[in-house]
Write a new protein. Sequence first.
Length: 529
Amino acid sequence: MNKASISILLVEDNPTDAKLLQQTLWHLGKEKWRVVHLERLNDALKACSKNVFDLVLLDLSLPDSQGLNTLAKFSTTAPNIPTVVLTEFDDENIALQAVANSVQDYLVKGQITPNLLEHVIRYAIERRQILNELRECQHRLQGVFEQTSQSIVLLSCKGMIVEMNQSALNLWRTQQDCVGKPLWSLESWNLSSLNPGWLKSIIAKAADGEFLRHELQLRSANDFIQWIDFSVRPLKDETGKVVLLIVEACDVSEQKRAEAEMIKAWQQERELNEMKSNFVSMVSHEFRNPMSVIRTAVELLESYNHQLSDPQRSKYFGKIQTAIRQMQQLLDEVLFWGRSDAGKLQYEPTLQDLEHFCSELTQTLQLSASGKHQIIFRFQGKRTPVLVDENLLRYILTNLLSNAIKYSPQGGVIRFDVICQDDTITFQIQDSGIGIPIKDQQLLFETFHRASNVGTIPGTGLGLSIVKKCVELHQGQIDLESQVGVGTTFTVKLSLNHQSLQSLELIESGSDLQSLKHKSHRLSAGKNA
């Protein structure tokens, strides 16, 4: 500190005391001090507003102000100037009260020595500088404490809240009046995935000097789940004793959601890779069998054609044709599945004579079935055209009827019922085949899944997953009932939309089917545009 820069404001109405103080400062070295003497408080306050002083020597008994009131007025107007109170011997108690109210020191008149005066002045200035630096440091720390996005709570060693920054108040959804309350009493902990007892044990461990950190969930009043990174850090004094606990909590909900999305993406990629692997394996296996049959049959016909009878030749040609149909069906399923998986399947309805459509389909499948199977087709309800997607419906019924034939190796009757009732079409296909185990029924419509009891019966595991998508494109539903060794019944229900109902009204009024089909194509094109 530059001693020549010390500027002192002396506020003293007693000329003798004022002169004595000025002389004492003179003897300490006149070049050290610059003294401004005033006798009234109001004059001193005006001087402080216009000049900068390093210190004020303030008499509490002035013509315009008396006692501690003098100090209060001066401190309000000039709070940053270090103050030393001047008092009479019998007013020392008042001086002590003044010191308790931010005054740096006091001097008793008649007991002031040069060394004491110099010591008090320098001590007061240095103490004020230290206090100012501490206050500035406190303001900076308080600013960081309040402005940081990190939620910070200061706790006593018993878990009582000492202070919370604004981020913590927002996170814990509480108010400033939570100070003095235990942390576990906050409402947020009643909505947490962990109970207050757990928090009490964590705080007790931290009070013993242990640092703890956990990720936990908080559930808000509107049932919103929030993930936070929660830690409790002990703050120790120079002796190693824990004097305070620092709780930090950071909202990591976005990070958790990002991690969940990454895990989901990884799982989807793994499932896709497994699907690709299963697809390659399935296609290789399903193509190998019919190709082996074709190759064997062709080799026998080439090598022993002249030795074979007509029935034998017909048998081998029949095997070739059956193998070709299997390969064609496999290719159709793979192509259909590819379109379905790529989202390229579309609902393109046209008017269909449903009874004729299903009857023709039944006859075609009956011809391809062995003589052991009999398909009984029954149609109930109004025999009027309905609006459906011909290709999607053909796939649904062909797959279900083919499965009924395939999974009834002993033959038997397959019942195919179609019911047109109100605004719903119901298709029911019932067989007396091997049935489906209960454990497989929930997974049967998933890609590549086949029942565990199919044995060597060929199949890709694609058909029913595609059937389900075709039904969903009709905004319909598919259900099954099955019992092992008894048989299986599939039920498909499709809703007739308002376009179908309009078409039915037109038919009843005498319009011909050809014009209605033309109209339905235009309606379909407008819907998909």
